[in-house]
Design a protein around this ligand. Structure first.
Ligand SMILES: O=C(O)C(=O)[C@H](O)CO
Ligand SMILES: [Mg+2]
Length: 270
């Protein structure tokens, strides 16, 4: 049966993070994840996680100067000191709350030779996180929501993961972004499963609840199940109003239909 993680960067945004964790537990989520929790003392987050029994799956490194439109620092040549201090901050916070992974945000580096900087900062992040069993995630983001972001495609992410050489570096496969940029979700999930650390879902193209739009997530959940993916899937969507009334998909998706033999690639007689 599929499990789900509430992304508290987008769900229950009106609540303080510890209360959002409690709301996610009451709604029946299996885990939580967040974006930038740094204004909230880690002991308050940890207390809410202990109280509810939910795990915190991931959190992001800071974006940098948000007013200036920055979206991360790790791929920006000349900003290595800030990038590494953002990584230190995220790993320390992840340790304090027991989070499983840190999403290292690349930043806006279109047209800049940023690959080498990203690789070297990711190697640093991998080393920094490994002793605590924390994974590092990188996430290709689509150009409509994140113009100029350095990391765009799963091919680019695969190449970076292969060449960074950090054994705890993984792909955050956000089906919403991948569908917009590249499509072909089923084949990509199958091919990339060995390097996937986390999967997220939202409707395409409106980034609403995952029960409408151009992607049939019942099919995607069945694909994930057929691949043996058992970790909670991140619900990272923008509710149209309050979060709770739009959660009908949660129960409906738990018993996602299994793939037919044909869809699993098993030969069938015609
Ligand atoms: O936009 C997304 O999908 C993300 O997960 C980014 O990390 C923003 O937090
Ligand atoms: Mg995402």
């Amino acid at each position: 049966m599929a499990k789900f993680s509430a992304n508290l960067g987008l769900l229950w945004r009106e609540l303080a993070l510890p209360d959002a964790i409690r709301a996610a537990a009451r709604a029946g989520f299996d885990a939580v994840e967040c974006h930038w929790p740094y204004d909230v003392p880690a002991d308050q987050v940890r207390a809410a996680l202990c109280e509810t029994g939910l795990a915190m799956l991931s959190l992001n490194t800071v974006r940098g100067d948000v007013e200036q439109g920055e979206t991360g620092l790790a791929a920006l040549p000349g900003r290595e000191t800030e990038a590494r201090s953002a990584i230190d901050q995220a790993v320390d916070y992840a340790r304090a709350v027991g989070a499983h992974s840190v999403h290292v945000m690349a930043g806006n580096a279109e047209g800049v030779d940023a690959r080498q900087t990203f690789l070297s900062n990711l190697a640093y992040a991998g080393d920094r996180a490994a002793p605590y069993g924390i994974s590092i995630l990188i996430e290709p983001l689509n150009r409509f929501d994140w113009p100029s972001y350095f990391l765009r495609t799963t091919d680019q992410a695969s190449e970076i993961i292969a060449n960074t050489g950090a054994s705890n570096l993984r792909l955050m496969f956000d089906c919403y972004h991948v569908q917009i940029t590249e499509g072909d979700l089923t084949r990509r999930l199958r091919a990339l499963m060995p390097i996937i650390g986390h999967v997220q879902i939202a409707a395409v193209p409106d980034r609403g609840a995952p029960d409408h739009g151009e992607v049939d997530y019942r099919h995607i959940l069945a694909v994930l199940e057929s691949l043996g993916y058992e970790r909670p899937i991140g619900a990272e969507y923008r509710p149209a109003g309050p979060t709770q009334p739009e959660l009908g998909w949660l129960d409906a998706f738990r018993g996602a239909s299994r793939l037919s033999a044909d869809e699993r690639g098993v030969p069938v007689k015609r």
